[in-house]
Design a protein around this ligand. Structure first.
Ligand code: GRF
Length: 216
């Protein structure tokens, strides 16, 4: 079974979605280790509740970013982790870290990349006046939110939306596409050709996301 490591910094609702799908037997992977860089993260309580191994590593306890990342790599390798999942991890990983897990570090981001990279992506979408946004699971490279896309889901941005209401709508989809992406890796169906991620046998449908046009 694919052994995954999950890096978190906060609430951990995406971690919870992974735990729930593993417990339901739909996601055939083992959460071998969760690492939180924040000792106060709600994600830690979720691990305790579900018997998932969890380690807190605070950046401040290391002399450099390199030393901090090396300890994360050591702990992940020790746990036999093959796929690293960033689920609300609020730090940018160096090329050095990523090279330890080639094409096997993924992240979930609350926008349709390449739109609205970085922090507060949902607020950015509302303030921009976009009609659609969504979420993306992508491979992590040394750029911020710039690696090849694995899967995206689209949601409408409604005229009355706030950053919070849009975030809630997007989050429901994050909780579906992240476990799906991990399951694709678990099934060995993912290959990467340049910027294109191919998922063997995946069906790409047309979502009913378009507005109802009036007479057109
Ligand atoms: C999610 O919106 C995720 O897309 C972003 O950070 C948030 C983490 O939420 N990278 P949670 O900790 O999984 O609840």
């Amino acid at each position: 079974m694919l052994r995954i490591g999950v890096l978190v910094s906060g609430r951990g609702s995406n971690l919870q979605a992974l735990i729930d799908n593993v417990e339901a037997g739909k996601l055939k992977a083992r959460i071998a280790l969760v690492i939180s860089d924040n000792p106060e993260a709600q994600a830690i309580k979720r691990c305790q509740k579900h018997g998932v191994p969890c380690k807190v590593l605070r950046r401040e306890d290391f002399p450099s970013k390199k030393a901090f990342e090396e300890e994360m790599v050591r702990a992940l390798k020790e746990a036999g982790v093959e796929l690293v999942v960033l689920a609300g991890f609020m730090r940018i990983l160096s090329k050095h870290f990523i090279e330890h897990f080639p094409e096997r570090v993924i992240n979930v981001h609350p926008s349709l990349l390449p739109s609205f990279k970085g922090l507060e992506a949902q607020r950015q979408a509302v303030e921009y006046g976009a009609r659609f946004s969504g979420c993306t699971v992508h491979l992590v490279d040394e750029t911020v939110d710039g690696g090849p896309v694995i899967v995206q889901a689209v949601v409408p941005v409604l005229p009355e939306d706030t950053a919070e209401s849009l975030a809630e709508r997007i989050l429901k989809w994050e909780h579906r596409i992240l476990p799906q992406a991990v399951q694709w890796f678990a099934e060995g169906r993912v290959s990467v050709e340049g910027r294109k991620v191919l998922v063997e046998g995946a069906r790409y449908g047309t979502l009913p996301v378009n507005p109802e046009l009036e007479g057109f």
